[in-house]
Ligand binder design. Sequence first.
Ligand code: ADP
Ligand code: ZN
Ligand code: ZN
Length: 814
Amino acid sequence: MFFIDVIVPLSLPRTFTYSVSEAEFHYVEIGMRVAVPVKNKMYTSIVVSLHQTPPTLYEAREIHEILDDKPIVNSFQIEHWKWVASYYMCTLGEVYRTAMPSAFILESETIISQKKDIVVDEKSLTDDEFLIFEALQHQSSLKVQDVMAILNKKNVFPIIQKLLAKNVLSLQEELQEEYKPKLLRYIRLHETFSSDESLMNLLDSLKGAKQKETILAYFQLKAQEQKPISVKQVLAQAQVSTAVIKALIDKDIFEEYYIQEDRVTFHKNKKAIELMLSEIQQEAYDEIETLFKTKDVTLLHGVTASGKTEIYIKLIESFIATGKQVLYLLPEIALTTQLVSRLTAYFGNQVAVFHSKFSNNERVEVWHQVLEKSDKAKIVIGARSALFLPFSNLGLILIDEEHEQTFKQQDPAPRYHARDAAIVLAKAHKAKVVLGSATPSLETYFNAETKKYGLVTLAERFGKTPLPEVILVDLKENYFKKRMKGHFSQTLIENITEALNLREQVILFQNRRGFSPILECITCGHIPQCTSCNVSLTYHKFKNQLRCHYCGYAIAKPTHCHACSSVDIYTKGFGTEQIELELAALFPTKNIKRMDQDTTRGKFSFEKLIDSFKNREIDILVGTQMLAKGLDFDNVSLVGIMNADNMLYHPDFRAFERSFQMMTQVAGRAGRADKRGKVIIQTYSVNHNIIQQVTHNDFLGMYKEQLYERRIFQYPPFFRLIKITLKHQDYEKLKSGAMWMYQVMQQQLQIPVLGPEEPGINRIRNEYIRTIMIKIPQEVSIQTTKNTIQKIRNSFESISNYRAIKVVVNVDFY
Ligand code: ADP
Ligand code: ZN
Ligand code: ZN
């Protein structure tokens, strides 16, 4: 009797035992995939152990087939998955599902379809492959179980796997996710002007001096380098605006064209770049090296534009020189492009990128590169899921912008924090971790202060450029003295004008999208609400709609009040869209663009905006917190924060810390190598401590004050939080279930249990919500607490009246 234990990709609490033949037993290894039946469906599972003990509670079923000829998951990963499941209180199946590209986890229910825009060489397909291909000519998609029926066999996973690898098929979920390479805009002189004579005639005929200068600038560039000339280069050389280029294109003097800057084709070979750290960067680097001897984790606290990336590059260099793998985690997929080009310029094609927006094939490719320790993946850059790649020899993990909350996965389980999970992973590999930020999280700074982590500080910008000057504008006073135009103070308007006159760019930050948050009836005070969430709808002027930001529900803007039929309805508050409109009226000749969830929904639209901003095709960029991520622009001299108050007064214990981080980070986008930047903060609370701390770049002041509050009010880092969310459509049932759970927790846990609270937004997508917050003091065992919580959860599920209530556990709630 021979058995294997496997993880199935389902939310089931345990591993399962299946029986195998003796031959299979000697062939199969831990970390290989095996197709197994669960009920009447087929799943791809991962082998975690081999043994000869039959299960006691059930009869072991036979496996269907072994899918790999060598392991594709290593023991570091399996151990790490176990830790994630146990720490974040979820199942191994849920971790497995998140950890691996879905192309690896075929199951009966997986939906496949034919890849679009692809020519298939039918002769290259085997008979079985051809049958599937042919079936897809008649149906747009098939379930894997349909394929089983078509081929009249159960073992179809390997065939589908082959078709995926041959790029004939794709999985349903990635249909909308095809990778689009980014395009850069270039110009060249129209053919008509290729002779000297025609060119002279042209220059004579041009009236505008600017247009002439632009053409001359183009020739200067052409003389310097034979390469294609980008619009950005010409703009910088000629010191003109995009309007001039546009005019020349309209007149058929220049023609524009685009070149793909593919992730694989650009800077394929390492350039001979010599990176020299400045003196203080070198000191920081040396300190980190020294700390590596005694600390596993080091925080690099460096102000914005201090050159943290350059220090990371030097660290990476020293680690890969010893044959180790390096993982570089970023909070935001959109930041990877920028970083990849910086790193490939230095390391050539030893850099691999991995994130969820890549197609399955690309992710599978990187997975194999890491598994095989390929030279192409010595350095892996990625968003949080890159953590789960099959590293076997990690030397260093870098976590940039470690304070970003996007490192914490909210939904679905595992609700892991990539920073914390990375630290645990590093320990297993005996690797080092460097956390970097200009505005570290309180938790991390606390760990550094209490010497759990090493701390290295970089207090000045690279090139000693001073940090931006912060100017506060008191909104109350300005409205009172009628010094406002819409939402713009005179100070802000003047400074924008000045920056634009100097051909510098401007960023405006408004932490709210849409036109204005709500529509209100003056007669009766009615505010339109979402029908399935308990929240007010947001007015979007561009589409003339009211929309729910929680579920996407939208209606046309009403012409009269739905409650009292009055036509006196007006908008209250303001969002990015309204700022954009007001700007267009204030600066009609300027190119103004908006960056928020509404304008960046399409794939890579975020990158396109960033690119054209970098290429100086946009004069003013208005955006939400997306702008606060670590983007590096070289021509932004002014940053305006439209209204600091709506960040500050958010009902969340991290609101002040986040406001400080957000404002400091957006402010950090201002200033250039040769010029000090300016930041204008418009606020009703000029004397608020956070506003003052941002103004004086007083991170430590913010840290001390917030830490004090956290201690008093029992929050992290002094208490660990576990948030339990209960959801159900039936209000009364939910209320009584939540109360039951709260009371049992109260009795059994000797620590603070708060709730059951009805959150401000108490219904989303037709489900009512209640939350319970558990606060675990430092001296209490987390594991014991979790065990008790799990027991209570199990009893809850055994009560028939409560079984249908959804329970979501979020450990280290963010
Ligand atoms: P941070 O990540 O700390 O905000 P960056 O690494 O983006 O800062 O550096 C800010 C700017 O300074 C970048 O344009 C970078 O190229 C430049 N820079 C920093 N250090 C160096 C260096 N040692 N040599 C050349 N340029 C540098
Ligand atoms: Zn009304
Ligand atoms: Zn809704």
